[in-house]
Design a protein around this ligand. Structure first.
Ligand SMILES: NC(N)=O
Length: 691
């Protein structure tokens, strides 16, 4: 938009606030950290606590961390862009096609606890099982994932800030990650999860505000039936190519379905290969990891689905409202100046339908709410990426290849350095993509081409004893080449031998690249593993970073295996003395049972999301009536409320003991300074005995 809704100052306000809010959250983190240390004994000055929250976090908070790490700028913007392009099928395919990976990841998380319960990163498991070459090849895919996801965060965030305020995109690209880096360095993993929790809470509040504005209070829309009417008007003026009856109100959308497949593949890559999701599994209590991923996945679904069904569709509906209209207007099917002119391809690809709709509906307050929403999504996902890359840098590069005898202090210093350095890299990557004309939406559909080939090999490496090293490496590398070749060849073939950013981003071109990459990678890895299976027993991976007290397991090939001898922080037991309980939770029978539960429940939910609900509706070419559309929207709203309860109220309830401990400590301190401090149980017994 040339006329920005908010002044540039608001952009700098928000983005300096990003630095400012970075500082604010740092102070908040320092406060939290000090409170945790004083009243519960937990401190991120220990590297295990910094990167993995001592593997003791409960499922509600992990679920909230999953939701916030998985809520990108694209989750809000790209989902709304596909609603704007394809109608109601866009939000469904976006949400379902990125939820099932989190649900299926529950299986990997269960195997992680079973096969490498003390690992810091998923790459450590690859290194121990298959050695240095595999470690380096998979590290390429892991870091490429972090770079692509981070670039999308910066691109989506900066495009919106620039559009709404006119602020410099370059400045936004750097200020966004820098502000976040400050609070991540201060707080580490546990505090990052607590910050994610506060962000997720506000995020749901803002999304629900948009929902009620669009479907209840807006003068332009204001009800589900009016939205239905306006969407019908919009398609009467400009039918949607490839949709049943050209309608926005149908799941029968050819391009929606193609987007769904591309989305599905790309998101497999960005969940399975992103250390951020492994990190949440690592930080989780062993017994509740599966539960956390299932809750997190189901709760997350509501965010893109409801957001896009609200603002993405609102952007279409507002194009059917005459500019001079009031709430009493009756749009006509032609011959009027629309309140919201059609957006260009570039604007849609940059993710602008949602911000533009918010600003049109609510003026400055809508634009401000959108900026805050984006800020919350981008900062919490950025914090997850920063700490993920920092962990890979620290444990998979620094400790493994540079300084295997690193001290606790050196490890912690490297973790901090990793966060700061990657924040800078994010900014630079955002600027480079911006200058070469690659937008968030472009990267979103392209990510599966680059990353898809390693999805199946990585899953097999961690879950399957028969997985073949050669097969999985060959699958990842050949699939990568096949994906690129398929994308380039299809682009050239369909566009008179022209290959450029614009034509390369079209649906069939991206579909070919995505499918080529994941299919070739998966087929080679699986077939080679079936023909030449390994028989790996995971003993060596179970020994990764095994605490000193557990070192009675048989020796493994020391040449190949990297084993850290540090015990995890004893503060793991600080809140309610849970150290021994957490070790009991590593009982293989219990973890196997959890894996089986994860397997059947995630597969069943995947079938429901991808087959049972959308395909009959696609096949029937149903164009929703007002009643059908009402059910569709109301289910989304109810789901959003349930999600908010799951990731906002449930974590509070499950942490009631710790919250009571902290409150008691604070109250005691108020009445007698120093008396509220946490006393470890042994010390309390000693004191009593001495008395
Ligand atoms: N996290 C996603 N795909 O929105």
């Amino acid at each position: 938009m040339s006329d920005q809704v908010l002044p540039q100052g608001a952009g700098y306000g928000v983005t300096y606030q990003l630095a400012g809010i970075g500082l604010f959250f740092s102070a908040f983190m320092l406060g939290l950290t000090a409170m945790q240390a004083r009243y519960t004994g937990v401190s991120p000055k220990d590297s295990e606590e910094f990167t993995s929250a001592s593997r003791s976090v409960k499922p509600g908070l992990i679920a909230s961390g999953i939701v916030s790490a998985w809520t990108w700028a694209a989750t809000l913007l790209q989902s709304s862009a596909v609603a704007y392009r394809y109608g109601i099928s866009g939000p469904w395919w976006y949400a379902a096609g990125a939820t099932v990976q989190v649900l299926l990841f529950a299986q990997l998380a269960a195997k992680l606890k079973l096969n490498a319960p003390y690992a810091h990163t998923w790459l450590e498991i690859v290194a121990v099982r298959w050695g240095t070459a595999a470690h380096l090849i998979f590290m390429f895919f892991g870091l490429a994932t972090n770079l692509i996801v981070s670039s999308m965060l910066v691109l989506g965030g900066s495009a919106t800030v620039t559009d709404l305020t006119g602020m410099s995109t370059i400045a936004a690209c750097f200020l966004i990650p820098m502000g976040v880096a400050i609070y991540v360095v201060v707080g580490g993993m546990r505090s990052t999860l607590l910050c994610d929790y506060t962000h997720t809470t506000v995020l749901f509040a803002i999304i629900l505000t948009f929902v009620f504005t669009v479907y209840v209070t807006s003068g332009y829309i204001g009800s589900i039936s009016k939205m239905h009417f306006l969407l019908s008007e919009a398609s009467a003026v400009a039918p949607v190519a490839g949709n049943a009856g050209g309608s926005y109100l149908t799941l029968r959308s050819k391009n929606g379905l193609i987007f769904g497949v591309i989305n599905l593949i790309g998101n497999f890559a960005t969940v399975f290969q992103d250390q951020a999701y492994w990190q949440r599994a690592i930080a989780s209590r062993p017994a509740t990891t599966v539960k956390a991923y299932l809750i997190g996945g189901l709760a997350w679904f509501a965010i893109p689905f409801t957001m896009a069904t609200t603002l993405g569709l609102a952007a279409v509906a507002l194009s059917a409202v005459p500019a001079s209209s009031s709430s009493a207007q009756v749009p006509t099917t032609s011959g009027f100046v629309p309140l919201l002119p059609a957006l260009s391809d570039a604007q849609i690809s940059a993710g602008l339908p949602a911000p533009v709709a918010a600003a049109t509906l609510l003026g400055k307050s809508g634009a401000t709410a959108m900026l805050i929403l984006l800020f919350l999504a981008v900062t919490s996902a950025t914090s997850a990426e920063l700490i993920a890359v920092s962990s890979i840098w620290t444990y998979d590069i620094y400790v493994r290849y540079i300084n295997p005898k690193a001290t606790e202090q050196q490890i912690l210093r490297m973790s901090h350095l990793g966060v700061a350095a990657f924040a800078l890299v994010m900014g630079v990557a955002g600027v480079i993509f911006y200058y070469i004309g690659i937008s968030m939406g472009w990267l979103y559909t392209f990510m599966g081409v680059i990353l898809g080939s390693a999805v199946v090999p990585i899953a097999l490496c961690i879950t399957w004893r028969k997985a073949s090293r050669v097969g999985c490496l060959a699958g990842a590398v050949i699939g990568f080449i096949a994906g690129l070749v398929a994308w380039l060849a299809t682009t050239a073939g369909l566009n008179n031998h022209v290959i450029n950013v614009t034509v390369g981003s079209r649906n069939y071109e991206m579909l070919a690249g995505n499918l080529g990459s994941i299919a070739i990678g998966g087929i080679i890895a699986t077939i080679v593993s079936l023909i030449w299976p390994e028989d790996y027993d995971f003993t060596a991976t179970r020994a990764i970073n095994l605490p000193a007290s557990h070192h009675k397991t048989p020796a493994v090939d020391e040449g190949e295996v990297y084993v850290e001898k540090k015990a995890p922080d004893s503060s793991i037991s600080s809140v309610v003395n849970e150290g021994p309980k957490l070790d009991n939770e590593l009982d293989p029978a219990g973890l196997n049972k959890a894996f089986k539960f994860a397997a059947w429940s995630s597969v069943a939910l995947t079938l429901i999301f991808l087959i049972l609900i959308p395909l009959p509706l696609f096949g029937a070419s149903t164009v929703y009536s007002v009643a059908g559309f009402s059910v569709w929207v109301i289910v989304g709203i109810v789901w959003a409320f349930c999600s908010a309860f799951a990731v906002v109220l449930y974590p509070l309830w499950e942490s009631r003991t710790a919250l009571a401990l902290i409150s008691r400590g604070i109250i005691k301190d108020i009445f007698a300074r120093g008396s509220g401090k946490y006393v470890p149980p042994e010390a309390a017994v000693d004191t009593q005995t001495a008395a």
